[in-house]
Design a protein around this ligand. Structure first.
Ligand SMILES: [Zn+2]
Length: 234
């Protein structure tokens, strides 16, 4: 899961917080912030993404969360439909705008999302909880077909492998790779595939389409190795 930087609440020309009359009004600011990708599964989104309320908007005791900038994320329909409406404690989960979720999660060779090796409780629990909350490791949908996110992730993996082979043969430019990555989505797939090529990693970290990536989560002096985002946690 790509770690992102969620900017402060958008302000108007006078510097005052913009008051949103509906969460749909927040979309352009979220897109401007991090590009058109699901904040959770990293799927490429169309121009009308859904907005996720991290804390459910229907809760009686928290009506102010409906249009609250800090509570809103970009989400695909597939992650959105997996999420339950139950109350959650934010601290029980790793979040892409708060933690180094790239370091917390990994995927196996079949494209299935899993907890990164070596995590122990309570880090292990937080990583498992975010996978569970959005069903990120699902292989099939409710109708029995392949999970659409897994299918798209496998397609991105296939493209990334082909570009890697071309790059190693001197046949693909860095820009072509990043363009392919941004059009297919799944930043983490591409970042893992090119782990031995820091020039490409640097380009992926700083590409405009993938804007808002939390670059400090990766040690530039050490081949962009993932590093903890917070002193006491991932
Ligand atoms: Zn998603």
């Amino acid at each position: 899961m790509r770690p992102i930087i969620k900017r402060d609440w958008p302000t108007d020309a006078a510097g005052a917080k913009i008051q949103f009359n509906g969460w749909g009004e927040v979309k352009p600011y979220l897109i401007d912030n991090t590009g058109l990708f699901c904040h959770f599964c990293e799927m490429k989104l169309d121009n009308t993404p859904a907005v996720e309320h991290v804390k459910p908007k229907a809760l009686k005791h928290s009506p102010n969360l409906q249009n609250h900038w800090a509570n809103l994320m970009l989400i695909c329909d597939y992650c959105n439909s997996r999420k339950t409406k139950a109350q959650i404690k934010l601290y029980d989960y790793y979040w892409p705008h708060k933690n180094n979720t790239f370091k917390a999660l990994n995927m196996d060779m079949t494209g299935i999302i899993k907890v990164n090796d070596g995590l122990v409780s309570p880090q292990l629990d937080k990583a498992e909880n975010i996978i569970e909350l959005y069903g990120l490791d699902k292989t099939s949908d409710t109708a029995g077909g392949m999970d659409a996110r897994l299918r798209a992730r496998l397609e991105a993996m296939s493209k990334a492998i082909n570009r890697l082979l071309e790059y190693q043969a001197g046949q693909a430019t860095v820009q072509a790779i990043v363009d392919n990555a941004s059009s297919s989505g799944f930043w983490s797939v591409w970042f893992r595939m090119f782990k031995n090529h820091p020039v490409v990693l640097n380009a992926l970290l700083n590409d405009f389409h993938f804007r808002g990536t939390a670059t400090a989560c990766f040690d530039a002096a050490n081949n962009y190795t993932p590093q903890d985002r917070n002193a006491a946690d991932l």
